[in-house]
Design a protein around this ligand. Sequence first.
Ligand SMILES: [Zn+2]
Length: 219
Amino acid sequence: MTRPIAKPANVKARTRRRQVSPSLLRAALVLALAASCAFAVPVVLGALRPAQSADGAGLPPVQVALSGLAAGACMSLSPSGSNAGKTVFIDPGHGGMDPGVVGTVGGRQVLEKEVTLGVGTRLAELLRADGYRVVLSRMADSSVTKLSATDSVAGAMTASAVHRDLVTRTLCANSVDASVLVSLHFDAFDDPAVGGTETFYDAARKFAAENKRLAVDLQ
Ligand SMILES: [Zn+2]
């Protein structure tokens, strides 16, 4: 079960995701960090990791060897600071044909997929500087799974394609032996008075206590 943690002063705790139409989304964007530890299937692809060194900042991102990836998806970045020996998986939500929330701020259209990518990319820089290897589920405006013509109807991903895309994100996280998985979303709500940060974690996993600690820390 996924449990929400929300700052009570800002957000009424809720367990369901947004269900409002985009036209109602004038509300403040709510940052939802779905955090859970991705403890790992034993390393399958360790040998494919890029070299980790103190000057890893200059190394280009490397795509993890996983089948069915879109271009620019599941990209590994070496630490740019002294190597902490851990991998953090960052998942900028949505992407490509899936815009996520379509909102309006100051008369300008804001797409959730763009905000998650911007925040995820910045977060990756900060973590790399702290010595973490970072794997981003995507580094561009794209899906993570490779899509075919049958995966979309009238410009929108089918439900099965969306599901496969989510599964591919978790496969990516597990294949790189990530210690932590952080999925970034900017949800919206039809009541503009509602705003703040909420984190979701999986309370059913054997590492639920660590999950919760991370979820609270992220607040
Ligand atoms: Zn989202």
